[in-house]
Write a protein that binds this ligand. Sequence first.
Ligand SMILES: CC(C)(COP(=O)(O)OP(=O)(O)OC[C@H]1O[C@@H](n2cnc3c(N)ncnc32)[C@H](O)[C@@H]1OP(=O)(O)O)[C@@H](O)C(=O)NCCC(=O)NCCS
Length: 266
Amino acid sequence: MRVEDLTSESEKLYCVCLEDWSEDIKEAGKHKEKWYQRMKDKGLGVKIARDDNDEIGGMIQYIPIEHSFVDGKDLYLINCIWVHGHKQGRGNFQKKGLGKALLAAAEEDVKARGAKGIVAWGLMLPFFMRASWFKKQGYKPIDRLGLQVLLWKPFNEEAIPPKWIKQKKKPVIVPGKVTVTAFINGWCPAQNIAFERAKRASAEFGDKVVFQEYGTYDRETFLEWGLSDVLFVDGKQIRTGPPPTYESIKRIIEKKVKKLNQGTVA
Ligand SMILES: CC(C)(COP(=O)(O)OP(=O)(O)OC[C@H]1O[C@@H](n2cnc3c(N)ncnc32)[C@H](O)[C@@H]1OP(=O)(O)O)[C@@H](O)C(=O)NCCC(=O)NCCS
């Protein structure tokens, strides 16, 4: 097994989070490529792990925290670590040491860049990016936002603890219409799929639905709202991880449109 930097060969695979085999990922659009092009000159770090058969099975991506969705200084944030675990496509590469090796390589890289510490985020639930996994790897919980935990590993005494940035504004609902408000950062294909499905479903209802789109890769926009990847229908947040099916998003919007047509308040 070995960990290496991104190459022109692995760049494409990285942009689809190693899921080139997936039909769903095709719905994610070009958001991650665009994000990657923007972030690669702003300190984005990517490492790729290969197993003993030289197959790519894992990736980790981390950025200077000043460009992330977290408040902090002189630290790096791990957006995500992913060791391919699906049976389909590439197959399951988990529990073979790739994850630990990727994390160690990212920490070493971030230290060499002169950062004062490294930060990860995880969920308090036993799936997706688990906070408990980072805890086991020596990361200390430092802040919480709902079920999301921020964890960190300071490298020296000067490191300042990072904090979650909270929601600052609510979407503005357009009277007489169904308002779909979508915030998209770009780094996460799962979120990009949810965004694209919501956009496509909204378009099906013509001028009954207003689709408001905010690109939060622009940090000013992110800081104005305190929202990175979030979807609202008439101001109500819709769960987007894992991405809802196209049909379920459409159903939510359709219900609101029907109420509009009946002249009742949703
Ligand atoms: C968490 C993750 C990165 C670990 O990578 P991995 O290659 O499977 O883990 P490793 O083989 O390097 O194991 C490292 C340690 O984690 C433990 N571990 C791995 N998977 C685990 C699991 N599902 N539950 C509990 N512990 C686990 C191993 O037992 C090992 O423990 P040790 O430190 O005592 O030896 C990987 O399982 C993963 O990608 N999970 C999904 C995370 C995710 O959803 N990411 C976002 C995708 S968009």
